[in-house]
Design a protein around this ligand. Structure first.
Ligand code: ZN
Length: 297
């Protein structure tokens, strides 16, 4: 990706090196504090209509927020990078976030709405968010409660070395996917999902989670489409990102980590699904083509 010299987002909070002694070993702890916020300024109206059709008949409950974690991420409790380490990587993340701001601002404005930009928190070790405490082992995640993306840059090393997804556009895809969750939060998808999830069986919640995740992948593709139109992509970028989507599919991850596959436990989608929905967004560039809530996925 031709990112050097591009605008860097001012919405990055660098909290690396600030995590103290761990009172929260391994894994993430979900604390139900607060509620999902309002959908905010409605946007992408036709997509919303589709979502409302899907969610419309369900009773709305009052439920805790949940983070959307992409684990497994970087090992927890490992070396915490200093603020100056990975500086090039943090600059890259700032540029990618800025590019998502530009693209989504345009897409929202095309429908007469304004895009509320998310923040992105860089952290190492453990972090406290409005969704509770999390560790690097959670992987990158988005917290609807504070509208922030949380990212440990060590995850990018994991992505390349452990998951076989190298390349800067593979990393850009990860950021764009989390920003996709933010878009879902703004247009009302996540609040509805988090309300409904509490009344669902685990199997139902997993099935719904897959639809949410695949839409975030498609939104990442929408961003990639417009980024490509700006001439920022280099040879192999799309392939690298598609490979990343493939490598973090539930079936591929489970095969790698436990040696067998348990489809009932899938909550992000198979490699084939993730790759396909990401590709759909790349081809179309239109958020309305990212309706994962109606029909087969
Ligand atoms: Zn996700």
């Amino acid at each position: 990706m031709r990112w050097r010299g591009r605008r860097q987002s001012a919405n990055v909070e660098d909290r690396r090196g600030r995590s103290g002694a761990s009172a929260f070993p391994g894994g993430r702890i979900r604390l139900p504090i607060g509620r999902a916020g309002r959908g905010g300024g409605l946007s992408l109206s036709s997509l919303i209509i589709l979502v409302v059709l899907f969610f419309g008949l369900r009773a709305l409950g009052i439920d805790p927020m949940e983070m959307l974690a992409e684990g497994p991420g970087a090992p927890s409790g490992g070396t915490v990078e200093s603020s100056t380490a990975n500086d090039e990587m943090s600059q890259f993340v700032r540029v990618v976030l800025a590019e998502t701001e530009d693209v989504w601002t345009d897409l929202f404005e095309a429908e007469g709405n304004s895009y509320p930009e998310p923040s992105l928190v860089l952290f190492g070790g453990q972090i406290r968010s409005a969704c509770g405490f999390a560790s690097s082992a959670s992987g990158p995640f988005y917290c609807p409660g504070d509208k922030k993306v949380y990212l440990d840059l060590n995850f990018f090393s994991e992505l390349a070395n452990r998951f076989g997804a190298a390349g800067d556009f593979a990393r850009a895809y990860v950021v764009a996917h989390e920003v996709g969750h933010h878009v879902q939060n703004v247009i009302g998808v996540l609040p509805r999902f988090n309300q409904m999830r509490q009344r669902m069986s685990q199997a139902e919640a997993n099935a719904m989670s897959i639809r949410v995740e695949l839409q975030a992948d498609c939104f990442a593709g929408v961003w990639a489409h417009h980024t490509a139109q700006k001439g920022l992509l280099e040879e192999g970028d799309i392939e690298a990102a598609l490979n990343a989507a493939n490598q973090i599919g539930d079936d591929t991850l489970q095969r790698r980590t436990q040696g067998y596959v348990v489809p009932e436990s899938f909550n992000h989608g198979t490699s084939e699904q993730r790759r396909r929905w990401f590709a759909r967004g790349i081809e179309s560039g239109r958020p309305t083509d990212c309706d994962t809530f109606n029909g087969p996925i």
